[in-house]
Design a protein around this ligand. Structure first.
Ligand code: COA
Length: 424
C-alpha cells in the first residue's frame, strides 16, 4: 500500500458523462486505483464537443485523469465474467446509468454483495431509486430546474436561469464521493461489510440551495418578508429570483467599475462592522452617521441609494484596482473574473488550480486542479486521461489474474467487442 489517502482502494468506475466521472476523478486524485470501465464504444463524452476532431474531447480528458481504462462488453457472457472478477478484486463500484440499467444487466446491490460482501455500490441518479420520479433520466439543467436553483437564479423580470456552476452534475458527484468515503470508513469498523450508497441530482441541488429553502420558511406562506432582498417580498409564497442580492445576513451587490465592460464589476459585501470604513472611503465622516445608512436596517431600506453612492465611487477604478483598495481596508470584495482572467491568475497558478497535463498521446492539455488539499494524501501529479481501453490487457492480467489462454478465450466470447444494437 502506498502513502496516499486512498492508496489500496480500487474503484470500478462505470460512470459516464459528467456527474460520475468528476466524482471518481477526485477519488483517483486521493490515490485510489480507479479503473474506468467502458463499453467498447467508450464513454460518450470522448466524442462530444471535440475541439479537434481527431482527439478525445476536453469534456472527457478534464474529467478522467489519473484513471486506467478497460473496455468490456457487459452484454456478453465473457464481459460479465470479467466484470464479476473485477468485483471480487475491488472495493467500490460507481455508476450513473439511467434508471434500471444495472438491474437490466443483471446486477443489484444484493447480488453484487453475494459476489463480494465488502463491495460498496455507489449509484448516482437523477431522482434516486424510489419515488414518483425514479424512472426519469436527468441532465444538469433538469436537476437545476427541479432542485430549486433555476427558479431562484437570475433577475425577477427575466426567465428562470441556469447557473454556470455544474451543481447538478459535479455537485452530486461531490455528494457521492462523501458517501463513498463514509462507507469505506464504516466498512473498516464493521467487519468489512459493504453497502449501497446513493446520491440523487435533485436532492444534491436542493442541498446546495439550502438557504433558498431557509428563505422559503421565512416567507411563512405569504405572511413574512425577506428584508435583505432589494425588491418587495411581502405576500410571496415562494422564493423569488434575487438578482445579485447577497442572500446572507449582510448586504451585498455587484458594483460596476471602469471601463464598464461586460465583466467589469466587483462584488462587495457590506459587513456590519466595516460600514464606517466603507463610508469614510467612498465619501467622508458625515456619511458614517448619515441616518439613511447608519444601521443595517436603514441600509437595507435605502439600498438603491447606497449602491448608487458606491457605484459613483467605483467608476474611478478598474475592478482589480478597487479590489486592491478595498482589501487594504479589510472590506470583503472580489472582482468578477472571466475564465481567461482566472486561467492566467497568479494566485490560481500558485494554488495549482489550472494546470498543464503532460504526456497524453494526443497532446498536452490544461485542466482544473484538485480543490481539496491533503497534507499527506493527494497524488503527486495529475496524469492524462487514458485512451479508450488502453489498459485492458494490463488490468485483465494484473488485477483479474487471467493468463494468455484465458484472455484469448474471453476475446473469442466477445468480451471486448461492441454490444449488438438494441432492437427499436
Ligand atoms: C445521463 C443519461 C441521461 C444518459 O442516458 P443514456 O445515454 O440513454 O444511457 P443509459 O445510462 O440510460 O444507458 C446506457 C446503456 O449502455 C449500456 N452499457 C453501459 N455500459 C456498458 C458496457 N460496458 N457494455 C455493454 N453495454 C453497456 C447499458 O446497458 C445501457 O443499455 P440499455 O439501454 O440497453 O439498458 C442517463 O445515464 C442518466 O439518467 N443517468 C443518471 C443521471 C446522470 O448521471 N445524469 C448526469 C449526466 S452528466
Amino acid at each position: 500500500m502506498g502513502s496516499k489517502a486512498l492508496s489500496g482502494v480500487r474503484v470500478i468506475d462505470m460512470t459516464h458523462v459528467q456527474a460520475g466521472p468528476t466524482s471518481s476523478q477526485l477519488l483517483a486524485w486521493m490515490g485510489a486505483d480507479v479503473i474506468k470501465f467502458e463499453p467498447p464504444t467508450g464513454d460518450i463524452t470522448r466524442q462530444q464537443l471535440r475541439h479537434d476532431p481527431n482527439k478525445d474531447s476536453l469534456y472527457f480528458t478534464m474529467l478522467n485523469s489519473n484513471k486506467r481504462s478497460i473496455t468490456v462488453n457487459m452484454k456478453s457472457p465473457g464481459g460479465r465474467e470479467v466484470f464479476e472478477e473485477l468485483i471480487r478484486k475491488s472495493d467500490v463500484i460507481m455508476e450513473n446509468f439511467g434508471p434500471g440499467v444495472l438491474e437490466r444487466l443483471g446486477y443489484t446491490y444484493e447480488n453484487l454483495s453475494k459476489i463480494n460482501p465488502g463491495i460498496i455500490l455507489a449509484s448516482l441518479k437523477g431522482f434516486g431509486s424510489s419515488g414518483p420520479y425514479a424512472l426519469y433520466k436527468a441532465y444538469e439543467p433538469i436537476a437545476q430546474a427541479m432542485g430549486g436553483s433555476m427558479a431562484t437564479t437570475g433577475f425577477p423580470e427575466n426567465p428562470p436561469t441556469i447557473t454556470g456552476a455544474q451543481i447538478g452534475d459535479t455537485g452530486t458527484g461531490l455528494h457521492l464521493a462523501i458517501g463513498i468515503l463514509a462507507a469505506l470508513y464504516h466498512r473498516t469498523h464493521n467487519d468489512g461489510k459493504g453497502q449501497y450508497v446513493e446520491a440523487a441530482m435533485q436532492e444534491s441541488v436542493m442541498n446546495l440551495c439550502r438557504v433558498k429553502f431557509r428563505d422559503h420558511g421565512r416567507l411563512m406562506g405569504g405572511k413574512g418578508a425577506l428584508s435583505e432582498y432589494s425588491r418587495p417580498t411581502m405576500g410571496l409564497t415562494s422564493v423569488p429570483r434575487a438578482g445579485n442580492d447577497s442572500g446572507g445576513g449582510q448586504l451585498g451587490n455587484c458594483i460596476p467599475c471602469k471601463p464598464h465592460g461586460q465583466n467589469d464589476y466587483v462584488y462587495m459585501v457590506i459587513q456590519e462592522a466595516i460600514w464606517p470604513v466603507i463610508a469614510r472611503t467612498i465619501s467622508g465622516e458625515e456619511l458614517v452617521s448619515d441616518p439613511r445608512f447608519a444601521t443595517i436596517g436603514e441600509r437595507r431600506k435605502n439600498q438603491a441609494e447606497l449602491w448608487k453612492l458606491i457605484s459613483d465611487f467605483a467608476a474611478n477604478y478598474t475592478k482589480f484596482e478597487l479590489t486592491a483598495l478595498f482589501n487594504e481596508k479589510d472590506i470583503p470584495c472580489g472582482p468578477v473574473m472571466t475564465t481567461e482572467e482566472i486561467a492566467n491568475d497568479a494566485h490560481v497558478a500558485h494554488r495549482e488550480m489550472f494546470v498543464k497535463v503532460e504526456g497524453h498521446p494526443q497532446g498536452d492539455y490544461y485542466t482544473v486542479g484538485m480543490p481539496i488539499k491533503l497534507s499527506e494524501g493527494n497524488v503527486d501529479k495529475i496524469l492524462p486521461a487514458p485512451m479508450l481501453g488502453a489498459d485492458t490487457d494490463e488490468i485483465l492480467r494484473e488485477v483479474c489474474g487471467f493468463d494468455d489462454a484465458k484472455v484469448t478465450s474471453l476475446k473469442e466470447m466477445g468480451a471486448f467487442t461492441n454490444p449488438p444494437k438494441k432492437a427499436k
